[in-house]
Design a protein around this ligand. Structure first.
Ligand SMILES: [Ca+2]
Ligand SMILES: [Ca+2]
Length: 264
């Protein structure tokens, strides 16, 4: 009788175990093949349909998720110069964050920029935005930008520069490199200024970020010059740390020439 009870117990346990295992296996089975990777300015989400993503491996640069949908974090390498901050004498930009008291040690950091990926077709919506620090040599490395094989206009915004986009939509792969500085034509509408032979930069002077360089920007610049202000201010067009005639000398020609953003 005891043996029979034990036997029934074992059978019962095996049945329960089999049910658990069977359920578990079912949960991991690949049922359907659709899914996607949705990227927005503030978040990104990978999803599958009819399938559970069981495990995700992430080493910082790349991500591997088990299943059909394989989200992939791309690295985007850019090079761009900002007209006002470019120092012809050294062939690089100034250490603006340091000069303006935002950075404690003088290194290779120039200033913060906002890189935006735009859809390649009207209305060119922003798909993703990422802030980063542009280095004095014009380079910036952005991790986790866009989706492999997709084409985007690369737009760059900076607190006192004219918004500038890539000449054409760029099809991203991992470690895409795009250099704005080699020719004016690297920017949409050839909208760059030559700062040294063969070196081009984004126009300076759009202090209020309206899209154009005009009297409204002067109305912000002038009081800071008159008062001899300094520090982390957008009116510091040359990034020296102080606001003076040098900043006006950068602003004036661009205002006279009606410089402004040129976007698709
Ligand atoms: Ca403006
Ligand atoms: Ca200045």
């Amino acid at each position: 009788m005891k043996i029979k009870t034990s036997f029934i117990s074992v059978i019962l346990m095996l049945t329960i175990l089999q049910t658990i295992l069977f359920t578990d296996v079912n949960g991991q089975q690949v049922i359907a093949s659709s899914g996607g990777n949705y990227i927005q300015s503030s978040c990104s989400m990978s999803f599958t349909v009819g399938e559970t993503v069981i495990q995700t491996l992430n080493n910082g640069n790349h991500m591997l998720a088990q299943g059909f949908q394989q989200p992939y974090k791309l690295t985007l390498n850019l090079k761009a110069y900002l007209q006002g901050f470019y120092d012809v004498a050294i062939g690089e930009m100034r250490t603006v964050l340091y000069n303006q008291g935002e950075w404690l040690t003088q290194g290779t950091e120039c200033d913060t920029i906002l890189v935006q990926l735009h859809e390649s077709n009207p209305p060119y919506n922003v798909v993703q935005s990422l802030k980063g620090i542009l280095q004095t040599n014009g380079t910036i490395v952005l991790r986790g930008m866009g989706q492999a094989g997709m084409s985007y206009y690369i737009g760059i915004r900076h607190r006192n520069s004219v918004e500038t986009w890539s000449a054409n939509p760029i099809t991203l792969v991992d470690n895409t490199y795009y250099d704005f500085s080699t020719a004016a034509t690297q920017a949409y509408g050839d909208n760059q200024v030559q700062v040294a032979p063969g070196t081009y930069a984004f126009y300076t002077g759009d202090i209020d970020q309206s899209g154009g360089v005009d009297g409204d920007d002067f109305n912000l610049l002038d009081p800071d010059i008159q008062n001899g202000n300094g520090g982390y201010l957008s009116t510091d067009l040359d990034g020296s740390g102080g606001i003076d005639g040098d900043d006006f000398n950068l602003f004036d020609p661009n205002a006279q020439n009606g410089v402004g953003a040129f976007l698709p």
